[in-house]
Design a protein around this ligand. Structure first.
Ligand SMILES: C[S@@+](CC[C@H](N)C(=O)[O-])C[C@H]1O[C@@H](n2cnc3c(N)ncnc32)[C@H](O)[C@@H]1O
Length: 301
């Protein structure tokens, strides 16, 4: 099929997917944070171990988790990452979300997750088990607020490491979230955010990963719903973190569009996206460091 025709086809089809996502959100609210069914425990464990490994890959080699306070933004259906951070010696883990998707998670699940994670010192792993058994402690916190007021939801804490996965692309205003998370970042802290930039709707995502970028803002926003991907690109995130005083701000791409789909995927994009040199990036990690007074990681207070 000629590329121009394919692009027109995908634009028309994509409108249907935008409508479906909007309708689904209206009917069910924000219910499925990832593709793993809540009943699929093995899938949930595999997903968490995979995400946790990805977050660790992006930590600077000299960054030691021991004694650190960790904040996860938007953990979705599980605080499993928190248990793993504790098992590696983190002093505390706190999670903040707008939707209460992990509030009723069974603490026994954390034990089974730890059974599948053999790293960390025995004493830290035992401490992680003990903390996770208690529904909510200062060392394993969870706060939900529809206003996503990170400072308020942090409940007086500050952090050495701030992470998220598949979350930033859903924020109404990433710049505001970045300003707010900066208020709870300790000098010398690290930020690692895995961000999925592509179209989220399943069928069309495989065939036209840049589909959401085909529409002018006014049309895209007609289908707005809470959590609709915000279409920010790596350069936008880099500029927002830099504006808040973060240093070493980088976006490391994980996957780019398959060469067989590339030309078709870059054709027919709406004005703010057409011709940008980062439109082949599907996902990746934003990493940044909040400068400390002495230029190193210091010790947790
Ligand atoms: C795709 S889920 C990812 C959840 C989890 N990190 C994971 O990997 O499964 C997106 C997360 O962003 C949160 N979220 C959605 N819309 C949001 C918004 N407008 N503002 C802040 N958080 C939002 C959801 O509650 C959810 O935790």
């Amino acid at each position: 099929m000629p590329l121009a025709l394919r692009s027109l086809d995908m634009t028309i089809l994509g409108l249907g997917f935008l409508g479906l996502a909007w309708g689904k959100s209206g009917l069910h609210g924000y219910a499925t944070p990832n593709r793993v069914a809540t009943s699929d425990e093995a899938g949930k464990i595999a997903y968490l171990l995979d995400i946790f490994a990805a977050l660790r890959r992006f930590m600077p080699p000299q960054f030691d988790l021991r004694g650190r306070d960790v904040l996860e933004l938007s953990p979705g259906a599980s605080r499993g990452n928190g248990v793993l951070f504790l098992a590696l010696g983190a002093r505390s883990y706190h999670a903040i979300d707008v939707f209460d998707l992990a509030g009723d998670e069974d603490p026994a699940f954390y034990e089974r997750l730890l059974d599948c994670f053999s790293e960390g010192r025995e004493a830290d792993r035992e401490r992680a088990r003990a903390i996770a058994r208690t529904a909510s402690t200062r060392e394993f916190g969870y706060a939900v607020g529809r206003d996503f007021d990170i400072s308020r939801l942090a409940q007086g804490r500050s952090f050495d490491l701030i992470v998220s996965c598949a979350a930033f692309e859903h924020y109404d205003s990433p710049a505001e979230a970045i300003a707010n998370l900066t208020r709870v970042a300790r000098p010398g802290s690290e930020s690692i955010h895995i961000i999925d930039l592509q179209t989220h709707s399943r069928w069309i995502r495989e065939r036209d990963p840049n589909n959401i970028y085909r529409y002018p803002e006014a049309i895209y926003r007609l289908f707005r719903f809470p959590g609709q991907p915000n279409r920010q690109r790596p350069a936008d995130y880099i500029s927002s973190f830099s504006a808040e005083g973060w240093s070493d701000v980088r976006f490391v791409p994980s996957r780019t569009i398959d060469p067989a789909l590339r030309e078709a995927s870059l054709r027919g994009l709406a004005a703010p996206f057409a011709g940008r040199d980062d439109m082949s990036i599907l996902d990746g990690a934003l990493t940044a460091r909040y400068p400390g007074p002495d230029g190193d990681w210091g010790m947790a207070s």
